[in-house]
Write a protein that binds this ligand. Sequence first.
Ligand code: G3H
Length: 254
Amino acid sequence: MTPAIRPLIAGNWKMHGTSASLGELKAIAEGFAGAAGQGADGLVCVPATLLSRAVEAVRGTPLAIGAQDCHAAESGAHTGDIAAGMIADCGATHVIVGHSERRTDHGESDAEVAAKAAAAWRAGLVAMICLGETRAEREAGETLAVLSRQLAGSVPEGATAANTVIAYEPVWAIGTGLTPTVEDVEEAHAHLRTELETRFGAEGGRMRLLYGGSVKPANAHELLSVANVDGALVGGASLKAVDFLGIASAVRSS
Ligand SMILES: O=C[C@H](O)COP(=O)(O)O
């Protein structure tokens, strides 16, 4: 981890969750109100359909609620999309932008991701900007170059430690049970930290850099102990309170 940066354990429920899942969310919130919250901040990014009810369900606890995407425009004829201001209006505080599943499923470019991040800031939200290499890019030895390109293109000028979180997610590690070696995670995060400091100075040194991709209770301690890993972005293991809180609890021993 980075000394002096309070870790963030963030969940991404992806296209999972209905009103029946709010009990699980409350259990997560209660965990962060107790022991799990002693070492880390907690966030769960729920489907847009659950945003308002999720905010209500965790009210009075330290768990933050976020969305998983936003449109770059403030309003307009964009059927099916949601604006950052609508997310803020629900009481959420964060939004993921540029997740690899959005980049792949919806062909989102770095420039579109940057526009979404800027829209999030205008609405007062924290933008969690995701980046990471594919399996083919890693095998071609292009990982660091890809990260540089994505960081340069996806993170707008004006990024600060308060309005931005960066999540490094190797695409091939998402939902596969595969994770990079500790050395590879360390190399990627050190590279991202250097790039952030070069661009944003001291703010870049304070920005949270999360690792995501098959994080679970069993590997959380090892991954969260890596230098410049300031938390985790968790998909599958964020759906059950026992798993997500297990990951959060690993912060204290890391
Ligand atoms: O946003 C979360 C990531 O895509 C990681 O998902 P995963 O923990 O299921 O591998």
